[in-house]
Design a protein around this ligand. Sequence first.
Ligand code: AMP
Ligand code: GLY
Length: 425
Amino acid sequence: MKVLVLGGGGREHAIAWRLHQSPSVSQVFVSPGNPGSATIAKCVTPASTTPEGYMAVARAVEADLTVVGPEAPLVDGTVDLFQKEGLLIFGPTARAAQLEGSKIFSKRFMERAGIPTARFVSTSDPVEARAALNQFTYPVVIKADGLAAGKGVVICPDQANALETLEGMFSGALVGAAGASLVIEEFLTGEEVSFIGLSDGQRVLPLEPSQDHKTIYEGDQGPNTGGMGAYSDSRIITASQREFAMCEVMDRTIQQMAAEGNPFQGFLYAGLMMTPDRGPMVLEFNVRLGDPETQALLHRMDCDFGAVLFEAARGQVKPELLAFKQDPSVCVVLAAHGYPGKVRTGDAITGIAAAEATGATVFHAGTKFVDGKLVASGGRVLGVTHSGPTLQQAIANAYQACDQIHFDGMQIRRDIGKKGLKRWA
Ligand code: AMP
Ligand code: GLY
């Protein structure tokens, strides 16, 4: 079968790479893709990044199945259009994608379903918002309701900062229209875990747990990024935490969405806070795979990914089709000069072949060819991914590969996966 992947980042390169290795898949297309995905798939630039634009691509390449990478096409209704036109696609409808597209929808949904999450107030009224601060202690968390490219969550250390943040949200200065409604919620502490399930709308299968590293500097310091690296290791959660996350979060979400006439098909990503006293709690839902979690996760995948997605898209997940290797995996992101602020582009990249000669897989995120030379073209440039029999070995393998790669201004965190080593001690 021919499979089309929508998106152009490192996550989509990894999805295309795994599909390319699937016995059930004869050809992979990526729209728009990037120079990395172009080595294993055919890249097609859509005339527009709208549902109609993507449908035209799917028709032109005669895709038997389309898989959506990022959230924007989902929230825009790409799945709705494909389904209306009778094209097979894996991902949630626009209405189901509100689990990520609207923090207020998501929090109210969790409240109705009895899913553990931080206590909250939602409002679009500045006076009500200011008064609601009295119900919380500091730090307090303020979240824009709408999609805000990772900039919609502010942790406010004190009241002055919270009042300033509310002002910035309601005036549009912080995240534009996305902040016109917002959520105020209690601050939770603990370790964060990315727990992702794959659902056909009725049932959900767990993928392996992973952990992202959000800040630009080592030791979780500095401003947040899209993610500077991730690792996947079954030891990240215990068997009982896994069972809790499956029963109380994943199954409950899929069942409640179906019961509300809004079934969720696709990847359901729960950002969990493993609180010491209240167990795993949901910080947020995403309606897609994580980036860079996917690069690490798919590196460990040990099955025909195309077959898994095809069955799930047709409404019948098959647990026996899904398998992962035991070996932990690590994805280290190499970012461009200036990221996550103003990014410098155009720095020439060398050493990818040498890195891959060590056995690593180098996923492209922000690269392009200029005059025949590969250069950095975005904030996150590459995701260098490797695995090993132990987490320590997987980390060493990934960094050995990173050390082969160079571009001016390259930023790298040297501590990806480190917080997982305590589970191997
Ligand atoms: P979200 O987009 O809701 O996941 O928020 C982005 C990041 O903000 C999360 O990954 C957490 O690191 C942090 N965060 C969000 N909500 C909370 C909370 N209630 N308590 C502590 N940290 C939070
Ligand atoms: N790595 C976090 C995300 O994909 O949202």
